[in-house]
Write a protein that binds this ligand. Structure first.
Ligand code: AOF
Ligand code: ZN
Length: 350
């Protein structure tokens, strides 16, 4: 199951709106097939592993990171496919809350006479499938909020100026986090201050760049920005509200951006909860929010962050823009620390 989970993680960020499911087929102590949900969400992990194993799947045990599906999509249910291939036992990490499945996969497998065990590595699998689970249960994506912090607690230079806070190892890690997300989200303030590209630039992983989302209630994103200039190549969604200048909206659309209007609060601020629901409907399950102070505070206030990743650097800026909004605790607890070069990744979870 540990191996199946590792397989599943490989395709996080490229299977939306589907979960990335890993499957390992074992017979007589030997792995005879391996599979993971394919880019775009189909074929599923189980059918991929079965195709790999061929005849060797007969009498095998399948280790699957999520309950095999029971519904008819572009192909038949994975539960059918496992039975037809002669798999005699299925070990599963966790059930699938999707209303089309929700226990029916297990019921179907048992009806075929297959032995089913569940709950192996359940907690790990639950973390890996947070995007799918959030989208199905809450109607919003899994939101991972990332911030780089200098030793003295700043997120940017004086007046919000861009300064490189973290080192190259940490940056590579962040690009890996981008690859594993369906979308990267930033606020208009960061777009203006940094003019970022928000692509995955790891060698050989250029095709792993997620959708780029800018929260921009006033439509301040300049047409000359790198995001707009590359909107034809990498999907770029600008989330705004009614009342934003219509000329700006037309110009951004003409430049290849998708402009979506989101409901606003009474005080005029864009409703981030609505924004999350809107993008979940569009199939986004995992969001990496690379936040400046404003978006960070917005996500915290609306209680929309599921995970906060602080990239702490040993550098001091002396002065600059302080960033950490409301104290993380007690809602969040430090779950993981991992060094990357001279920097330290701290992961906080609810
Ligand atoms: C599996 N194995 O590898 C995945 C599953 O749109 P469809 O027909 O592809 O179905 C998507 C649903 O299937 C998705 O919401 C989730 O419940 C399940 N995903 N199931 O058996 C897989 N990716
Ligand atoms: Zn399936």
């Amino acid at each position: 199951m540990d191996h199946a989970l590792r397989l599943g993680r490989r395709n996080l960020g490229r299977v939306a709106p589907n979960p990335s499911v890993g499957c390992v087929l074992v017979k007589d102590g030997v792995i005879v097939g391996r599979g993971v949900t394919q880019p775009g969400g189909r074929p599923h992990g189980e059918t991929t592993a079965l195709a790999h194993a061929g005849e060797a799947a007969r009498g095998a045990t399948a280790y699957v990171t999520l309950e095999p599906c029971s519904h008819f999509g572009r192909t038949g249910p994975c539960s059918d496919a496992l039975a037809r291939a002669g798999v005699t036992r299925v070990v599963c990490a966790i059930g699938d809350p999707d209303p089309r499945v929700r226990g029916r996969g297990f019921t179907m497998l048992r009806a075929y006479g297959i032995t089913v065990d569940t709950g192996l590595f359940e907690a790990e699998s639950g973390l890996d499938h947070r995007g799918h689970f959030n989208r199905v249960r809450l109607g919003r994506p899994f939101v991972q909020m990332k911030m780089a912090l200098s030793e003295d607690g700043f997120v940017a230079g004086e007046g919000g100026r861009r300064v490189q806070i973290s080192g190259p190892h940490a940056q590579a890690q962040v690009h890996m986090m981008r690859a594993m997300a369906d979308a990267i989200m930033i606020g208009a303030g960061t777009a203006l201050a940094d003019d970022p590209e928000l692509t995955c630039r790891l060698p050989g992983m250029a095709d792993r760049s997620p959708v780029r989302i800018v929260i921009d209630s006033q439509l301040r994103l300049p047409l000359t920005s790198k995001l707009v200039q590359t909107a034809a190549d990498v999907p770029t969604w600008v989330l705004s509200t009614v009342g934003a200048p219509p000329e700006a909206e037309r110009a951004l659309r003409a430049a290849g951006c998708q402009v979506m209007l989101v409901r606003r609060h009474a005080d005029g601020r864009l409703d981030l909860g609505e924004a999350m629901r809107l993008i979940a409907v569009r199939g986004i399950t995992r969001v990496l929010a690379e936040t400046g102070p404003a978006l960070a505070a917005g996500l915290m206030d609306a209680d929309l962050a599921d995970e906060v990743v602080l990239v702490r650097s040993p550098n001091t800026l002396g002065h600059g823009l302080a960033g950490l909004p409301t104290p993380l605790s007690p809602r969040f607890q430090l779950a993981e620390t991992r060094p990357a070069g001279a920097d330290m990744f701290e992961t906080y979870r609810r």
